[in-house]
Design a protein around this ligand. Structure first.
Ligand SMILES: C[S@@+](CC[C@H](N)C(=O)[O-])C[C@H]1O[C@@H](n2cnc3c(N)ncnc32)[C@H](O)[C@@H]1O
Length: 390
């Protein structure tokens, strides 16, 4: 695997990483070959991110944080977890015992939540983590042992989703890591855009369309996309919501991610979709580069998430921008109460600005809450609930 000419500015991965990438590219090429020479983009993304031992999340490379490929809100500042804890404390106070965090990254959010919930006198009975990446599971264990050793006894790592869950289900930036299908509108027809082998190209793979079918075709037709339009249609994210809904006996799913309601996601001017790749803090749009070494992500269609929730019997409890949610949960009070040691305070304000500013994470990131058996309104959506836009 070599870096393609248009991405020569990316740092060169170490030799072992390039070898692992070559092995993954071969595995994908063989699967394409053994099929009929074409693979759905969702399957490509699934293998690139999660092929056992080789995919981006299942392999050993360091992903999150300043030495990784991207930084998430809990990686940026513990202020994020401290504020989210206020919403979670309110939910736990409804007699719900536990928290299940999906895709907990380095464990930063879990550590922040446990510390803050302890301070609020609202520790959960159990804090469970469900993580598909072995590397991240290890980092979670190390983070929690270092940051909150006194609460480690409450933390459990699960291998599968529990059959019956009562409590909070929390996921920050997990839906954007789920495989997406791609479609293109061409000559009045909906094509599903998939992946073919192109041994002569620098990335080994290329895109090719064929007539879309089944659920994908139905979803694309319902969107009434204009000619020439190229986009993603996420089927895995909504399916994941159905699965989670089946496991939720009573409680709240709190999902935080970047994305839009359907009318913005499929805006006539967004003609190339939202797919992005991250490698060592460089963002680009080539999913075939550095296969297995770079993150591949798509924005979330929150209308599709809300629809999946409704179809599987969940109630819509709220949908707001991250800024609105954090303000409702009291971020400004926390900042006002912070010690005024100049350097730490300046850093805190800069981080709050990043979480809240419309030019940074404040507007692009959203929080959606779906629930079962919860009649009470939630603090985080007290003002500016935009569920009606979904
Ligand atoms: C972009 S990272 C976010 C990490 C962390 N939540 C944070 O905010 O720093 C995506 C995470 O989702 C996890 N993930 C992806 N699909 C998953 C699934 N089906 N179940 C649980 N975790 C999943 C990945 O392994 C990874 O930990």
């Amino acid at each position: 695997v070599t870096t393609p000419p248009h991405l020569q500015h990316l740092p060169l991965p170490p030799v072992e990483a390039r070898e692992a990438s070559t092995a993954l590219a071969r595995l994908i090429a063989a699967e394409i070959e053994s099929g009929d020479g074409w693979m759905s983009f969702a399957r490509y993304m699934e293998l690139a991110l999660y092929a056992p031992g080789l995919g981006y999340y299942s392999g050993g490379s360091r992903k999150l944080g300043s030495s990784g490929d991207f930084v998430t809100a809990p990686e940026l500042t513990p202020l994020f977890g401290r504020v989210v804890a206020r919403q979670i404390a309110e939910i736990l106070a409804l007699g719900l015992p536990s928290i299940l965090e999906l895709g907990g990254g380095t464990g930063a959010l879990a550590a922040q939540l446990l510390a803050e919930l302890a301070a609020l006198g609202r520790l959960p009975e159990r804090y469970c983590m469900l993580e598909v990446s072995a590397e991240l599971r290890e980092r979670q264990q190390a983070t929690l042992a270092r940051e909150v050793p006194e609460h480690l006894g409450r933390v459990h790592w699960l291998d599968t989703l529990p059959a019956q869950w009562q409590g909070v289900i929390l996921a920050n930036e997990v839906l954007d890591a789920m495989p997406v299908h791609r479609v293109r509108l061409e000559g009045g027809e909906v094509l599903e855009v998939g992946v073919v082998n192109e041994p002569q190209s620098s990335c080994h793979f290329g895109l090719a369309g064929r007539p879309a079918r089944g659920e994908l075709l139905r979803r694309a037709q319902a969107l009434e996309l204009p000619p020439g339009y190229d986009t993603e249609i996420p089927l895995a994210g909504p399916a994941f919501i159905n699965t989670l809904a089946g496991a939720l006996a009573r409680g709240v799913m709190l999902l935080i991610d970047y994305g839009f309601p359907q009318h913005e996601f499929y805006h006539p001017q967004r003609r190339q979709g939202t797919l992005m790749c991250h490698y060592r803090h460089h963002a680009h749009a080539d999913p075939f580069a550095l296969v297995g070494l770079q993150d591949i992500t798509a924005h979330v269609d929150f209308s599709a998430i809300a629809r999946a929730g409704a179809e599987s019997g969940l109630d819509m409890l709220g949908y707001a921008s991250q800024a609105q949610f954090l303000i409702n949960c009291g971020i400004t009070d926390l900042i006002a109460a912070a010690p005024r040691e100049p350097r730490a305070y300046t850093e805190l304000v800069a981080h709050a600005q990043k979480l809240l500013s419309p030019a940074e994470m404040g507007e692009l990131f959203k929080v959606i809450a779906l629930g079962k058996g919860i009649a009470e309104p939630l603090l985080g959506f007290a003002q500016g609930d935009k569920s009606h836009t979904l």
